[in-house]
Write a protein that binds this ligand. Structure first.
Ligand code: PGA
Length: 265
């Protein structure tokens, strides 16, 4: 099935690394550096920490740079101390909500069912949703990576209507490849897992599953980005450490744009 989605998607998860002022400066540099790159075939996004979102959303031109939250509670509103509701994110103009990042799953006990509730709520509230999935090193060693990805994705999308798929992106981030100390995924292995994800989407949604782009994340950097984006099943890149300097982000972007254009996805 040929893909409906031909844009290149590139974004960075800023995790818990930048203060408000640092994030504003990063976003400012980011926009200045990428100003001359047409967005007709490209979407750029950043996911800053919650406390910076209001200021960043005010500062950026959202047609050039989408701004997303790293998480969101599904209730609106509620007795959930320390959580952030959909309405709070709507009010400040957030474009995108990420759900199910591996660090949420591993460190904060996030279950597949919670990822599903967050995804459904984010879609209901009009956000673009980035659903993160990925197998652990143990899953990989037992050779159940494909099963794990199918399971995470099927649960995350439970109850999601086909018409809403235009607002769904998936990030494949093998847990063993994320963060300092993570191993680099072999691009052909990543491509195979992306093919599993695309096939799962197309079996869950025979008509519209091919609309959903699948980004690769996990130790993406300037060296491996071109080979990753050259893989036919990889639609974009989701970058952590290597993109936290705006010039580095820009260099990675430049290194992949032409390659992406030349590969039939
Ligand atoms: P990394 O992070 O690029 O630093 O491995 C990726 C992520 O956690 O999304």
């Amino acid at each position: 099935m040929s893909r409906h989605f031909d844009r290149l998607l590139i974004g960075s998860n800023l995790k818990m690394y930048k203060t408000n002022q640092q994030t504003l400066e990063y976003a400012r540099q980011h926009q200045a550096l990428t100003a001359d790159i047409p967005r007709s075939e490209l979407t750029l996004f950043i996911l800053p920490a919650y406390v910076t979102l209001a200021d960043v959303c005010r500062q950026v031109d959202h047609t050039l740079l989408k701004v997303g939250a790293q998480n969101m509670h599904w209730e609106e509103p509620g007795q959930f101390t320390g959580e952030i509701s959909p309405g709070m994110l709507q009010e400040i103009g957030v474009d995108l909500v990420m759900v199910g990042h591996a660090e949420r799953r591993q460190l904060f006990g996030e279950q597949d069912g919670m990822v599903n509730q967050r995804a459904l709520s984010a879609l209901t509230h009009g956000f673009q949703v980035l659903i993160c999935i990925g197998e652990t090193a143990e899953d990989k060693a037992y050779r159940v990576s494909a099963e794990r990805l199918r399971q995470q994705l099927t649960i995350a999308l439970h109850g999601v209507q086909a018409v809403d798929l235009e607002r769904v992106w998936v990030a494949y981030e093998p847990v063993w490849a994320i963060g300092a100390g993570g191993q680099q995924a072999d691009p052909s292995y990543a491509n195979t897992m992306h093919a599993v994800i695309h096939a799962t989407l197309e079996s869950l949604y025979p008509e519209h599953g091919s609309w959903v782009p699948v980004l690769y994340g996990g130790s993406v950097n300037l060296e491996n980005a071109p080979e990753l984006i050259a893989q036919p099943e990889i639609d974009g890149l989701f970058i952590g450490r290597a993109a936290w300097d705006a010039s580095d982000f820009y260099r990675i972007l430049r290194s992949v744009i032409e390659i992406h254009r030349g590969v039939t996805k």
